[in-house]
Design a protein around this ligand. Structure first.
Ligand SMILES: [Zn+2]
Length: 393
């Protein structure tokens, strides 16, 4: 399959776009939501169920897989697709975000990051080149350049220096791919770096909450000519307005014919707002994480099924929802499962929540195609009552 991105439709009333990304493991219609498979598993859901939910692509966390089970194990299984038995596209992050948020004793230099992992404290070092190598060994369809994700809030001087280093790291990732990509193309079909020839590499735009830095960095990263662009350093605890601004500042610099990925976002209304701001791809742990707390997404907002009001409720989580949980079970029963800490309870809510997110993207694509996205967005946002703080892992 020839990898490429086609822009199929643009909305007349907003920056919303409908596109198609063709990867080595299949087609991704955008806007797309990517369920997060943190440790080689989307928590509580099998790959067969993900296919039934029409998940087009999942995200794998490089850091987690690097720490456990480790690359030697995944290599022996022929890469992440075969290891976890998911045959669709996989996007891997660079590992940077988790090194900065989970690992201990980080030492960041121009070369890379030295850290102690959060599981057994073993020391490791990741450079832009090593981050690329790991993602290629995982068999990633979309690899991300290594970046430094600065915390919120962040001093201007630190953010400025860090953003410049992120650009230099992005250049090194690009260079590594160029050098090794040629070898990979000539290589045998079973060479561990063979997937590299067919994979995408996305650059990440940083710049914290500073307009100048965001714009400069967007230009600098776009100048390096990646296959796609991500807005990073969002969803790190900043208010929603700051997050939207970071996207708005970078977006005008992004070429139309490349996919755009807003990292680690967001709530259902936020996804529609980001689509209206020209974003194509999203990943977020909210649907799976909130499910474990008994919280389900509905068009009217989130509901916590632990609440006593649902004890005798014979209705499904959401009327007319076609997911397995809603077709077959009542709120009252699922509430009981959650209260009794039965695994089935969190699985059912997870299935519903993923269905909700994936279906929302499906609807968004149809509305963009019909030229009715803005009405849809406004009606959805107005009807959605709760606005949760976004947390990521
Ligand atoms: Zn449902």
């Amino acid at each position: 399959m020839q990898k490429n991105f086609e822009l199929l439709a643009t909305d007349r009333h907003s920056k919303a776009r409908r596109g198609r990304l063709t990867s080595a493991h299949g087609v991704i219609n955008t806007p797309a939501f990517m369920p997060v498979g943190t440790q080689g598993s989307v928590k509580g859901v099998s790959p067969r169920e993900l296919r039934e939910l029409n998940a087009q692509i999942i995200l794998g966390n490089t850091y987690h897989l690097f720490v456990r089970p480790g690359l030697d194990v995944i290599k022996r299984f022929g890469g992440l697709h075969d290891f976890m038995n998911w045959s669709g596209p996989i996007l891997t992050d660079s590992g940077g975000y988790q090194i900065f948020s989970l690992a201990k004793l980080r030492k960041i230099t121009e070369d890379g990051v030295e850290f102690q992992n959060h599981i057994d404290g073993a020391r490791a070092f990741i450079s832009p080149e090593i981050a690329m190598e790991i993602q290629v060994l995982l068999g990633s369809d979309i690899a991300m350049a290594l970046d430094e994700c600065v915390p919120y809030p962040c001093e201007y001087d630190y953010a400025a220096q860090s953003t410049e280093m992120t650009t230099r790291w992005a250049k090194r990732c690009k260079e590594w791919k160029r050098r090794n990509g040629e070898t990979a193309k000539r290589g045998l079909a079973d060479s561990p770096i063979r997937p590299l020839a067919d994979s995408f590499l996305f650059g990440i735009i940083q710049g914290a909450t500073f307009e100048g830095l965001r714009k400069e960095n967007a230009q600098a990263i776009v100048d390096l000519d990646f296959d796609g662009y991500a807005i990073g350093g969002v969803s790190v605890g900043e208010p929603e307005e700051e997050m939207m601004r970071a996207v708005e500042w970078a977006e005008p610099f992004l070429p139309e014919n490349k996919p755009r990925y807003a990292m680690g976002l967001g709530t259902p209304p936020q996804l529609l707002e980001l689509i209206a701001r020209g974003m194509d791809m999203f990943d977020c742990v909210l649907p799976t994480r909130l499910a474990r707390n008994g919280t389900a997404f509905t068009a009217a907002g989130t509901v916590n099924l632990k609440n006593a009001e649902f004890i005798l409720d014979k209705n499904p989580i959401e009327e007319n929802c076609t997911c397995e949980a809603c077709r077959e079970f009542s709120r009252g029963y699922i509430r009981h499962l959650i209260k009794a800490e039965e695994i089935l309870g969190l699985r059912l809510i997870t299935l519903h929540n993923l269905h909700f997110y994936l279906n929302l993207m499906n609807q968004a694509r149809a509305e963009i195609g019909n030229g009715t996205f803005e009405q849809f967005r406004k009606a959805f946002v107005a009807g959605y009552k709760t606005r949760d703080a976004v947390t990521v892992e």
